[in-house]
Ligand binder design. Structure first.
Ligand SMILES: [Zn+2]
Length: 339
């Protein structure tokens, strides 16, 4: 029996030496100290031992029981503290870890300016009309009194798809389409992309326009000036002045170039206005009666005015941008300034 007990001590030390989990250790505890455990059974057998030997064996078994408990407890503590560490490590938050952030988007400056211009005219009673970017020459030219021998019709000045289908060079085709199907009063703005084969610091093969048209009884150049002044004061500031210079467009008669007092230098002269104090912003005029008649509107009853603003030009003037190409490069450093 003494040999047995010595073996039990060796066995227990061997089996807990490489133990990996609390569960395995519990199994060993049950194997030795459980209700039918090896040591429990030896203790039960004590009553069969010779009475004079019984105290010695009893003491030996009790010592062994304590030995097993102590060893199991020591290993148990190690396993529990190891598990706690692992748990803490997996649940911990590294506060020094750099934050992953999504950059917030913003509208492109051209879109912002376009929306701003549209909203000003909506406030003045205009509605918004759109039309096709691939247009018949009839709407882009003929109905607008641009004759076949007009310089703008030379093939080099437009992108043609067939002889009578082209990328529109202006949004005026929308005006012709609306006048054709609607009786006055007509009060519309037509925003959209237009295409011309030009490319330099102030021209791009694709740019955006917003054209306005107001046709009703007794609409005059004075109405045009009043409307554009209201627009300019709203778009720039309330001190902005408007100047008309005589010009020529086939679809308006009389025609004017509209200049606004420079928003940057207030007329003193700067790089933006090329030291003139004035910014050329748009072309306008009273709708040529021929155009009204071409579109089925009686020019003896109705008259109208029309104007066209370049969105890129308006954006450059408003924000003092010297080169139009900056607006198309999509350099994030430039775009972020308009957030
Ligand atoms: Zn200026």
């Amino acid at each position: 029996m003494i040999n047995n007990i010595a073996e039990i001590k060796d066995d227990i030390l061997m089996s807990i030496k490489d133990i990996e989990s609390v569960e395995q250790l519990q199994t060993i505890r049950v194997k030795y100290l459980g209700r039918s455990g090896i040591l429990t059974n030896l203790l039960k057998d004590l009553k069969n031992v010779n009475p004079q030997d019984r105290p010695l064996y009893g003491k030996l078994l009790n010592d062994t029981q304590r030995f097993i408990e102590q060893n199991i407890d020591t290993v148990m503590e190690k396993l529990l503290s190891r598990d706690k560490l692992l748990r803490e490590k997996s649940e911990s938050i590294d506060v020094s870890f750099s934050k992953i952030t999504a950059k917030r988007g913003a509208l492109h400056p051209l879109t912002k300016v376009k929306n701003e211009i549209i909203n000003i005219f909506i406030g003045l009673g205009f509605s918004v009309e759109e039309g096709p970017e691939i247009e018949y020459t009839k709407y882009n030219f003929e109905l607008l009194n641009i004759a076949a021998d007009h310089p703008a019709r030379a093939f080099a000045d437009s992108f043609y798809i067939t002889n009578d289908i082209m990328l529109r060079t202006q949004t005026s085709g929308i005006q012709a389409r609306v006048m054709e199907k609607q009786t006055p009063p007509i009060k519309i703005v037509c925003p959209g992309k237009v295409y011309r084969p030009d490319a330099d610091a102030t021209h791009s093969p694709m740019f955006q326009q917003i054209e306005g048209l107001y046709v009703d009884k007794s609409v005059s150049l004075a109405d045009l000036k009043y409307t554009l002044e209201l627009f300019a004061k709203e778009f720039f500031d309330k001190d902005t002045k408007v100047r008309f210079r005589p010009s020529y467009f086939p679809f308006t008669e009389p025609s004017v170039e509209v200049d606004l007092s420079c928003a940057m230098c207030h007329g003193k002269g700067c790089f933006l206005c090329k030291n003139t104090g004035w910014l050329e912003l748009l072309g306008a005029g009273v709708v040529n009666p021929i155009v009204l008649e071409n579109c089925g509107i009686d020019s003896t009853v109705y008259s109208g005015y029309a104007f066209g603003i370049g969105i890129e030009r308006a954006t450059m003037v408003k924000y003092g941008i010297p080169d139009m190409r900056l607006l198309f490069e999509n350099d994030i450093r430039m775009l972020e300034q308009f957030k």
